[in-house]
Ligand binder design. Structure first.
Ligand code: ZN
Ligand code: ZN
Ligand code: ZN
Length: 138
């Protein structure tokens, strides 16, 4: 069994050929990808199949969705052991306004916020904006 098959099975996702290809594609990218990127990379596949694969990945904690403020949802692979839990797994993201790429800053978790009584946080989306290392030339 390959690493990818194992990873999918551990997340209770049946490792079909398509799912493994999409996982591999995302693992090779260091940036968050949009559905559109996947569509371009798998031009022969049905759009709905690609969309459903991403949704299945998201529902099973294989990828997380990122709203980087561009209006296009992006997705990135979760780290091993991630449950997409607020204050445990959720991390900051960085969006480069020059190349328009978004990356995970997985070492930087979303800090604990003491909410007023009665408020229950369910999700968090913190995006830093600026210029990435490639664009700043440093
Ligand atoms: Zn996750
Ligand atoms: Zn950049
Ligand atoms: Zn991320």
């Amino acid at each position: 069994m390959t690493e990818i098959e194992k990873t999918l099975e551990n997340k209770n996702v049946r490792p079909t050929a398509m799912r493994m290809l999409i996982y591999k594609y995302m693992a090779e990218k260091e940036i968050a990808i949009a559905l559109n990127d996947i569509e371009n990379a798998f031009a022969k596949a049905e759009r709905t199949t690609l969309y459903r694969t991403l949704k299945t990945f998201e529902e099973n904690g294989i990828v997380h969705q990122i709203d980087d403020g561009t209006g296009i949802s992006k997705f990135a692979l979760c780290e091993a052991g991630c449950n997409c839990e607020i204050e445990q797994d959720l991390h900051l993201h960085f969006h480069c306004s020059n190349c328009n790429e978004t990356v995970c800053l997985t070492e930087h978790k979303i800090p604990h916020i003491n909410l007023p009584d009665g408020y229950v946080a369910e999700d968090a989306n913190l995006v830093l904006k600026g210029i990435c290392d490639k664009c700043s030339g440093q």
